[in-house]
Design a protein around this ligand. Structure first.
Ligand SMILES: *[C@@H]1O[C@H](CO)[C@@H](O)[C@H](O)[C@H]1NC(C)=O
Ligand SMILES: *[C@@H]1O[C@H](CO)[C@@H](O)[C@H](O)[C@H]1NC(C)=O
Ligand SMILES: *[C@@H]1O[C@H](CO)[C@@H](O)[C@H](O)[C@H]1NC(C)=O
Ligand SMILES: *[C@@H]1O[C@H](CO)[C@@H](O)[C@H](O)[C@H]1NC(C)=O
Ligand SMILES: *[C@@H]1O[C@H](CO)[C@@H](O)[C@H](O)[C@H]1NC(C)=O
Ligand SMILES: *[C@@H]1O[C@H](CO)[C@@H](O)[C@H](O)[C@H]1NC(C)=O
Ligand SMILES: *[C@@H]1O[C@H](CO)[C@@H](O)[C@H](O)[C@H]1NC(C)=O
Ligand SMILES: *[C@@H]1O[C@H](CO)[C@@H](O)[C@H](O)[C@H]1NC(C)=O
Ligand SMILES: *[C@@H]1O[C@H](CO)[C@@H](O)[C@H](O)[C@H]1NC(C)=O
Length: 461
């Protein structure tokens, strides 16, 4: 821990110096950042629950030091990526144990302990980590444990049964269970998450059922207010959520980097899976261009990733502090799947990694979130570590790390029927809460930030 308050406003004279042109420099930085991230994890110790971070049994994203279940799931994926980037196997067995322990009785990442806050988005982040394993031939857990691919397929099958045509002409609700607050909302990370998962399953297996489904989810989102092209500015908006109580006639105007990332990544897989469809290329470019405009503001030089709703004011919640991790990884993979985008993406990833290193303390590798300054922002935690790890590591990605498919060598065994007998009845849930604390769906009041296109100014209203 950094203990001296005097450091708070002092420049990080002792920040990492990252040589972005040196593989060994990047690997050393990634290793230190990963190590510091994992000091938060005790789930592999006696008496603890594998797979969980502190607070994951009843999370409150507004409490520093605790982490919702989904973020733990995402962290295992970041460590799979880390292994893929560096060949460092230090965390592999911990990752395997965690993913399998939290798979739930239906093998679809819906463990009963989490039903009080289980969202489509929460589940899908665990499924993304399973797909990271599939696409990199991360070692299977072995014994009788289900394959990584079948776990992701089970999530797909389970979620597809929850598609809701009764309101708004389709779409996924945020929550799996009607007793959870937020069940009325249809949000971008749930729909976009399922879209990405489906696109990845199509790409890996070649099974058109998944590709057709990804199209259907995208088409519904496009017909809903969640996706909006502002013709006057050329900015493509991916808004946070819309409400079934109003038949999805309104929308919450928040933009989050992980929503852009998840749609970009799904579109990139669809582009590659369709052997280069012009429709998907246009979507990739449209989302990518607006991602650059919104999350790499010219105010900070135009190449450093920035969580626009909350980063400058330092009021990102625990969930939001991790969002840049996903955009970083997904940009890198987009560059592989849509080669025409790689050059512009690399420019952003290298500048952002250098910026991230400037927020990391050289003595213990604790990192803050404000990558645009070398003045430490005074925060640390799993989200910040994961974001730094992902953006630094992403600079190691090369064509040998292109996601594998069944044709190009992915070995995880397929079970298209996995999870089809699962129900959404939380049989083991005895208590029920009416307020869902976790946010990320714009429930928190955040700064309303207007962006003046064409200028360099950000107005905070
Ligand atoms: C738990 O995992 C960490 C790696 O993150 C490792 O250093 C530690 O030895 C493990 N603890 C046990 C009890 O296996
Ligand atoms: C990891 O190991 C494999 C097999 O030994 C090798 O082909 C690959 O180049 C290594 N990757 C890195 C990033 O060192
Ligand atoms: C569910 O919670 C119980 C009680 O804390 C714990 O023993 C069990 O391991 C947990 N299971 C999972 C999958 O988290
Ligand atoms: C609700 O929205 C859907 C799709 O947007 C539309 O088809 C339907 O007519 C609407 N229903 C009502 C009651 O407005
Ligand atoms: C924006 O332009 C697109 C494509 O030209 C068009 O389909 C859409 O209706 C326009 N939107 C608005 C609000 O004018
Ligand atoms: C892409 O091309 C391959 C090889 O020609 C073909 O097998 C596959 O069906 C094509 N995919 C799509 C979605 O058209
Ligand atoms: C799909 O990705 C592979 C791997 O990077 C790349 O070689 C190929 O050109 C991509 N397909 C298209 C249509 O761009
Ligand atoms: C995205 O930006 C690039 C570079 O400025 C431009 O060439 C391309 O036409 C844009 N594409 C879309 C769909 O906006
Ligand atoms: C493709 O996926 C669908 C949906 O899971 C499944 O029903 C079908 O059997 C799969 N087809 C093949 C050839 O695996």
């Amino acid at each position: 821990m950094r203990c001296s308050p005097l450091l708070l406003l002092a420049p990080l004279a002792a920040a990492f110096t990252l040589d972005i042109s040196s593989t060994s420099s990047i690997e050393t930085a990634a290793s230190s950042i990963a190590y510091e991230m994992m000091t938060a994890y005790v789930g592999n110790e006696t008496g603890e629950v594998p797979g969980l971070l502190p607070g994951s049994l009843s999370c409150d994203p507004n409490t520093v030091g605790v982490y919702c279940w989904w973020e733990a799931g995402a962290m295992w994926g970041a460590l799979i990526n880390y292994w893929q980037y560096t060949n460092d196997t230090t965390y592999n067995s911990v990752v395997s144990q965690a993913l399998q322990f939290q798979r739930g009785s239906d093998n679809n990442f819906n463990p009963a302990n989490q039903s009080r806050s289980m969202g489509i988005d929460d589940q899908v982040f665990w499924a993304f980590s399973a797909m990271d394993a599939v696409e990199a031939n991360f070692p299977e857990a072995g014994d009788d444990d289900p394959s990584w691919l079948s776990l992701a397929q089970a999530v797909f099958n389970f979620q597809r049964s929850l598609w809701d045509t009764a309101y708004c002409g389709g779409g996924f609700r945020w929550q799996v269970y009607s007793f959870n607050a937020g069940y009325n909302l249809k949000n971008s990370i749930s729909n976009g998450g399922n879209f990405q998962l489906s696109a990845r399953l199509a790409y890996v297996t070649g099974n058109s059922t998944y590709g057709d489904w990804a199209e259907e989810v995208y088409d519904w989102m496009e017909s809903s207010p969640l996706l909006e092209m502002d013709n006057s500015t050329g900015i493509f908006y991916i808004w946070d959520n819309t409400d079934t109580d109003n038949n999805c006639s309104d929308v919450q105007n928040y933009v989050w980097s992980y929503n852009y990332g998840t749609m970009l990544m799904g579109a990139a897989y669809m582009y590659n899976y369709t052997n280069g469809s012009s429709v998907w290329l246009d979507r990739v470019e449209t989302i990518l261009n607006s991602t650059f405009t919104l999350f790499f503001p010219s105010t900070y030089g135009g190449n450093i990733m920035f969580e626009v709703e909350c980063e400058a004011a330092k009021n990102c919640d625990q969930d939001q502090k991790s969002f840049k991790a996903y955009l970083a990884r997904w940009l890198a993979v987009t560059g592989l799947l849509v080669p025409s985008t790689m050059d512009s993406i690399k420019t952003k990833l290298s500048a952002s990694a250098t910026g991230a290193a400037g927020q990391c303390d050289v003595s213990d590798a604790e990192c803050g979130l404000q990558w645009y300054t070398t003045t430490w922002d005074g925060t640390n935690g799993v989200g910040q570590q994961m974001a730094a790890l992902s953006v630094v590591g992403a600079n190691l990605i090369d064509s040998s790390m292109t996601p594998l498919t069944k044709v190009t060598g992915a070995t995880s065994s397929s079970d298209p029927d996995a999870g089809t007998t699962a129900t959404s009845d939380p049989a083991e849930t005895t208590s029920k809460i009416t307020t869902k604390d976790r946010a990320g769906a714009g429930i928190l009041t955040v700064l309303v930030i207007g962006f003046i296109v064409g200028g360099a100014a950000w107005i905070v209203i």
